[in-house]
Design a protein around this ligand. Structure first.
Ligand SMILES: Nc1ncnc2c1ncn2[C@@H]1O[C@H](COP(=O)(O)OP(=O)(O)OP(=O)(O)O)[C@@H](O)[C@H]1O
Length: 308
């Protein structure tokens, strides 16, 4: 896959505090790449450097191999929401398209089609201040893609959206990627990230913790978890081989298994005395990996945790 954006050894300090260090990743045509990390990890600082809002102290950023980044080929939905309040929806979309040198006739057609797609048909003459927060966010999303960007950077696109709007955004983001847009997405909604993204870059305290394919990352860092419904004694479950931790909620027990457990052999060796109404075995979710990292757990020690 063709590389659209390359971030290489990026470093940035504010006064004498280094907030990002040696940040290296790329975003490829047609993929959804996640940039993740706890609050204060350095995601927005990284994005602001890519957008040229901040200048890096170290490292380089290049677009299709060139260091001069063509802003008109990039779409950006910033974390801070806000459009000019007393301007009509269509005027603002056309104004932003014009800033990117995009043909106005085409921009108008795209605006109308996207307003329809996002259930905002007929709102083109409403002023932004008349819109609800979610409606405003849809307009801001449209403004980030009106000019058909080749690289789209979305900072928390789902925050504040109702489930129906969330689905609309998800569908459109997928659709854009399928049509070749390179997408860099920052979100704290791990279930959506897990569902949508092809690769991820997870950072903590300004540095890389995990970088790789979603499936590889899950295989490498996500241990198995066995969920059993049935009346069982927690201490007995905790004493089973290769069980690291047991959580119980009424009749449901979650057994967190050690790394490299062979699931089929482990299941075969369960005692016959166990009460089992239902049993499932899955890998822990990205959400659980994230919490482990954010709380300085030990799933991904920095050394050896990185690969693209
Ligand atoms: N303009 C600034 N001046 C000084 N420090 C800053 C500035 N901007 C960010 N920082 C610091 O840089 C660190 C990273 O912040 P950043 O906003 O990049 O984190 P983030 O991962 O986007 O967090 P969040 O998930 O909360 O949005 C934080 O410690 C923050 O206090």
């Amino acid at each position: 896959m063709e590389t659209m954006l390359t971030v290489d050894k990026l470093g940035k300090s504010f006064k004498d505090k280094q907030v990002i260090k040696d940040v290296t990743f790329d975003v490829r045509k047609g993929e959804i790449m996640a940039i993740l990390g706890p609050n204060g990890a350095g995601k927005s600082t990284t994005i602001r450097n890519i957008m040229g809002i901040l200048y890096p102290d170290e490292g380089t950023i290049s677009f299709s191999g060139h260091e001069a980044i063509p802003r008109y080929k990039i779409g950006y939905l910033p974390e801070e929401r806000g459009l000019y309040k007393n301007v009509k929806v269509m005027d603002i979309l056309l104004y932003l398209a014009e800033l990117k040198d995009y043909p106005l006739k085409k921009a108008r057609e795209r605006a109308l089609s996207y307003l329809k797609k996002f259930d905002l048909e007929g709102q083109e003459n409403s002023s932004v201040e008349e819109l609800s927060k979610g409606m405003g966010q849809k307009v801001q999303f449209i403004s980030s893609i009106i000019h058909e960007p080749e690289l789209l950077i979305l900072d928390e696109p789902f925050s504040g959206l109702d489930p129906v709007s969330q689905e609309l955004f998800k569908k459109e983001i997928r659709n854009l990627a399928e049509n070749g847009t390179a997408i860099l997405l920052s979100s704290h909604q791990m279930n959506l990230v897990e569902e949508m993204c092809d690769r991820l870059f997870m950072m903590h305290n300004g540095e890389r913790i995990i970088y790789g394919d979603m499936d590889d990352v899950k295989e490498k860092y996500a241990n198995f978890k066995c969920t059993i419904r049935g009346k069982n004694d927690q201490r007995e479950l905790a004493g089973l081989p290769q069980v690291e931790r047991v959580e119980q909620d009424d009749d449901t027990s979650m057994l967190y298994l050690a790394k490299n457990v062979h699931a089929a052999s482990w299941l075969k060796n369960l005692p016959e005395s166990l009460s089992v109404q239902e049993l499932s075995i899955d890998r822990i979710s990205l959400h659980e990996i994230f919490i482990d990292i954010a709380t300085d757990g030990n799933i991904a020690q920095k050394e050896g945790a990185a690969n693209a």
